[in-house]
Design a protein around this ligand. Sequence first.
Ligand code: CMC
Length: 364
Amino acid sequence: MTAQLIDGSDGLEGVVAAQTVLSEVDGAAGRLIIRGHSLDELAGRTRYEDIVALLFTGFFEDLPADVPAALGRARVEVFQEVSALDTGLLDRTPIEAMRALTARLADGDDAEVAFRLLAAPAVFTAAVVRAQAGEAPVAPDPAMGHAADILRMLRGRPASKAEADALDTYLVTVADHGLNASTFAARVVASTRAGLGSAVLAGISALKGPLHGGAPGPVIEMLDEIGTPSNARAWIEAALDRGDRLMGFGHRVYKVRDPRADALKAAVRWLDARQGRLEFAEAVEAAALAILRERKPNRSLQTNVEFYTALLLEALAFPPSAFTCVFAMGRVAGWLAHSREQLAGGRLIRPASVYVGPTPKKAA
Ligand code: CMC
């Protein structure tokens, strides 16, 4: 096969690196399809466990028939690792502590390993957030739905149905999204046959960056610093003058609308937890979009998933420092399904590079 040269500075934009039956991100139409269903059909109408079953079917010979029960059992199993949460880990950011606990789980390729990895970000994040606030961890309840149990483990008391539904909407919305950076990282690791645990750790590590899953925490900082709608323009202009990026705007693939932003905005509206917060955020969003249009007339920079993620997770009382962990609670299903798909059909992922450095003075 002839090698095709790709400029390393282009972020592999437009390069097709995998074939998948899992999801399609249609940037031109602003549409996300997950195994034959559009996100509009799924978000707000299905539970996270349903999406797990949808993504995992056909990829595990030993897939449990009762996915909610298997996920409940897995939450209980991984909770044992919470005892390893020492003061050293508590000084780290929630995602670093959650990643360290996830790394303690045994690696492997079967459904049992996959379900523990699926449960890990949820159970460990709740325990880390509570421990950092000086509170004891709350053990999982295997009989509860995943979203409802996450909120209970986080707060120590049951959440309302509306709150659990809103978290389900979020987890479903972010469960899979084509070959995003963290899923690509997971597929590369899976292609070496290192195991699903290693692939998930690669996914968490890639997700952590502010250009990918790390954006929603800074969205809250931005909103808090802006404070009132009348400050929006001046704050945004100053940020762009400094060369900063506006968190929660722009996307590599979506150039019309990020359908996930719409799904999450609807969920924030149902919750309506903090009077006026959504209206304020909408005013900031409108100012940001207008300024981005003025400054980058040739780019179509739209609101992405992270802007309304920030509002939703804030309304659900997650601390902004743990927002990326909540993203991982949902996206871990996609990492696992893609890793199994990669194992089923793919060769080792090993692209080439072109050497453009100096040549040795003397031939070796
Ligand atoms: N604020 C200001 N300028 C921006 C932004 C932004 N949020 N996004 C892109 N641009 C500009 C960028 O400066 C560049 O301008 P120019 O051509 O004049 O140099 C141009 O738009 C293209 O930028 P790029 O970095 O080549 O585009 P990309 O396809 O790599 O960017 C992105 C995708 C998400 C990294 C970027 O839009 C960004 O940094 N956004 C802010 C961080 C963010 O919200 N991340 C969450 C992404 S959604 C979750 C997920 O699916 O991962």
